[in-house]
Design a protein around this ligand. Structure first.
Ligand SMILES: Cc1ncc(COP(=O)(O)O)c(C=O)c1O
Length: 393
């Protein structure tokens, strides 16, 4: 089947929710993909932060294939081997107490929202009405109705009325505004340490520390949405480590399975046992094949690996800052946002694809989320394309 036929089939049968680049990636190895004609592309996107070990890492592919050939699914009504193993590794790496596995970032956030509300319901009673969640403006938390509502951007609050109640929005970086939006109805504050979709904008450390201290003093839980920042992306297993804070609930997804659908809610001490039997569930949760992939990712992310993420991130940042048309580079580790002098990230993305480099946008910025295993040779090839494109804007 040729590319034209694939495009026609896609247009005819797939609901058109995405504008796609004019390329079909047919195979890949580490940070290099190939289209149907064999043209190569350096991947600075890892499938929006998902392929943390790149395309088809040998160990990962073997573990996933073996699990698929052994036992692919049985449901959460029975014990399985890969799920508890993955949960143990996450808890040992992070100090969190328990894990709930789901399928995506939005679903993980839904789980965390439920857990936060149940914590207050159990402790303060239904009559207290302590169920509101304060999120930050310019955030992104997902595409379900509740996570769209949680998302602090008006542009997402359209078409799908009615949205759910119980969310307030505070200005990121403004502790006084957070305090103002918190009331005796608030059960949690939910935030991204680096707003990813919002433009790769790291929060100010002192704001975060004040926010955590304030929340703790009021028994308000902090939910950290680490769907994009988690699993080594910033050079720490969790981004909260960069801010010296410990949230009550953390959500993970994207990079956790190394390319398979999996999300997770991490429960800290306060909320360790808040979700009892029957309170939550999902058919595909802790899927053995996804967890087999996650186990390889989790085993790989030791201190030396995380340090290499920081080094590669610094390398990319240093090179990009010197390129023409670059105003600034934000982010941490291998989660980088590039503000352009000429404000045209979509054109840059299109021209990079034409020249064999896959990158992303985040609002008006260019966003890079390379596989954490990218080699220096692959980075240099990608950087050469980026420099050429930025020079010719
Ligand atoms: C911070 C954050 N939260 C939640 C989500 C939603 O994740 P998913 O698309 O897996 O539902 C995303 C996706 O981009 C994200 O970046």
């Amino acid at each position: 089947m040729d590319f034209q036929q694939i495009k026609e089939m896609d247009a005819q049968y797939i609901e058109g929710t995405y504008g796609r680049a004019d390329v079909c990636i047919a195979k890949g190895k580490n940070a290099t993909g190939w289209d149907l004609d064999g043209k190569s592309y350096i991947d600075f996107s890892s499938g929006i932060g998902v392929n943390s070990l790149g395309f088809c890492d040998n160990e990962w592919s073997k573990a996933v294939a073996e699990q698929a050939q052994t036992m692919q699914h049985i449901s959460n009504l029975y014990y399985t081997i890969p799920g508890p193993n993955a949960a143990k590794k996450i808890c040992e790496k992070t100090g969190f107490k328990k894990v709930f596995f789901g399928n995506s970032g939005a679903e993980a956030n839904e789980g965390a929202i439920k857990a936060a509300r149940k914590y207050s319901f159990d402790k303060y009673g239904a009559e207290a009405g302590r169920n509101e969640i304060v999120t930050l403006m310019n955030s992104f938390h997902g595409r379900t109705i509740a996570t769209l509502t949680a998302t602090g951007q008006d542009v997402f609050h359209n078409y799908f009325f009615p949205f759910v109640g119980g969310f307030q929005y505070a200005k990121a970086g403004d502790i006084d505004d957070v305090k103002q939006k918190v009331s005796d109805k608030t059960c949690a504050v939910m935030l991204e340490f680096i707003q990813g979709e919002g433009g790769v904008i790291p929060q100010d450390k002192s704001f975060i520390q004040k926010l955590f201290a304030f929340c703790q003093s009021r028994d308000i839980l902090v939910i950290a949405d680490e769907v994009q920042t988690g699993v080594g992306r910033t050079g720490e297993f969790l981004c909260c480590e960069n801010f010296d804070v410990k949230p009550d609930l953390v959500t993970l997804a994207k990079g956790l399975g190394g390319g398979l659908p999996i999300g997770a809610v991490l429960f800290g001490e306060k909320v360790e046992n808040v979700m009892g039997p029957g309170s939550h569930g999902t058919t595909f949760g802790a899927n053995p094949v996804s967890c087999a992939g996650a186990n390889v990712v989790l085993d790989r992310l030791d201190r030396a690996f995380l340090d290499s993420v920081k080094e590669k991130g610094e390398y990319l940042k240093g090179k990009i800052e010197k390129m023409p048309n670059v105003k600034s580079v934000t982010g941490m580790g291998m989660m980088l946002g590039i503000a352009l002098e000429k404000n045209d990230s979509k054109t840059v993305v299109g021209k990079c694809i034409e020249n064999g480099l896959i990158i992303l946008t985040a609002k008006e910025k260019v966003r890079l989320l390379p596989p954490l295993t990218i080699t220096y040779e692959e980075m240099d090839k990608g950087l050469a394309v980026l420099e050429k494109v930025l020079s010719n804007l």
